[in-house]
Design a protein around this ligand. Structure first.
Ligand code: AHR
Length: 332
């Protein structure tokens, strides 16, 4: 009897700790906005965010939080700190809380079937935003809203092949990959690789993850600079890693944008500033402002309406002149 009581009490405490640990973060942590789950019939959305690893992510979080407020949706938000297990815990807590809709941006592509089946069994529709999963079971989610990451990688490759069209010798490229196993890292690598494969002079001489962060981008670029005798190009899967790498390049006494050409993805404010300053040479845009479209989808899904299986955001590319023009109006 005593043991059973203690077991129950311990389970309750552990459960509470797990739920609260899902959301401790610099981007606002977990919690509910717009008045709580029972707030006057508002749709409750549980959103499991990846983390706060980049300028892109911060803009994405802000867009989701602001749009939920505008749409009158009760948002329960958690930050997984780039850990899949935290996202799974957050999704399970949303299932327990019986939210109306769950949305999340999967840290990595694989390993979601079990928890998404639990959501399906509980009749809670799921929307994937920003990043996709690799499950063949398309009934586990209602819709995907985000970018075509393969296309983004292709655009980076196309810029590179034009930029070095007249080069006669080898063009040595180092690559800073995003988070290992994530859709943007896998797809941006593939898209870029497919395009540059058309000409054997393009050689990826080193490729490693920088986990989409500035600090890791700097650290890995420092190692590349030590291990590689000739680097012509840096391809960074996001601006933050490129910005970290710029510090490493300058620290090594080289000029970013000249001695080493840089192409990256995102087009966040700091990246665009570096492009305007000539330290980055080209940026492929990835749009983080998914909030308004997501809230629209949430309302439709909550009402039982059919929604498109895939919705892609519109994106562009920037060279230095275009970045200078766009910078004053850039929202993020
Ligand atoms: O999933 C989108 C990617 O995740 C962004 O390009 C990157 O900056 C972020 O961390």
């Amino acid at each position: 009897m005593f043991t059973k009581k203690w077991a129950a009490a311990t389970a309750a405490v552990v459960g509470a700790l797990l739920l609260s640990s899902c959301g401790t973060s610099s981007s606002g942590g977990s919690g509910s906005t717009n008045g709580g789950a029972s707030g006057g019939g508002a749709i409750t959305l549980g959103f499991a965010q990846v983390g706060a690893e980049s300028g892109w992510r911060t803009a994405n979080t802000k867009s989701i939080q602001e749009s939920a407020k505008t749409a009158g949706i009760d948002l329960k938000f958690s930050d997984a700190q780039q850990k899949q297990e935290n996202q799974i815990k957050a999704i399970r807590s949303y299932i327990q809380q019986k939210v109306k809709v769950i949305a999340f941006s999967p840290v990595v592509e694989s390993g979601w079937e079990t928890v998404l089946k639990e959501a399906k069994t509980a009749n809670i529709p799921v929307i994937l935003t920003d990043r996709a999963i690799d499950s063949p079971d398309k009934t586990l989610y209602k819709s995907f809203l985000g970018s075509d990451f393969v296309k983004e990688g292709q655009k980076a490759g196309q810029w590179l092949t034009k930029e070095f069209a007249s080069a006669t010798g080898d063009v040595n490229i180092v690559e800073l990959q995003g988070t290992t196993g994530s859709a943007p890292a896998n797809d941006r690598k593939k898209g870029f690789g497919d395009v540059i494969a058309a000409d054997p002079k393009f050689k990826v001489v080193a490729s490693q993850t920088g986990d989409f962060t500035r600090a890791k981008g700097k650290e890995v670029m420092e190692a590349f600079l030590k291990s590689q005798s000739k680097i012509d190009v840096l391809y960074a899967h996001n601006d933050d890693m490129a910005l970290g790498a710029i510090e490493a390049i300058e620290g090594a006494g080289k000029v970013p944008g000249k001695d080493i050409k840089i192409v990256s993805i995102d087009a966040v404010h700091d990246g665009m500033q570096a492009l305007a300053d000539g330290k980055i040479n080209y940026i492929v845009e990835c749009n983080p402002l998914l909030g308004p479209q997501l809230m629209d989808l949430v309302k439709k899904v909550a009402a039982g309406q059919e929604v498109p299986a895939r919705i892609e955001t519109e994106e562009t590319e920037f060279d230095q002149a275009k970045a200078k023009t766009a910078l004053p109006q850039r929202q993020y």
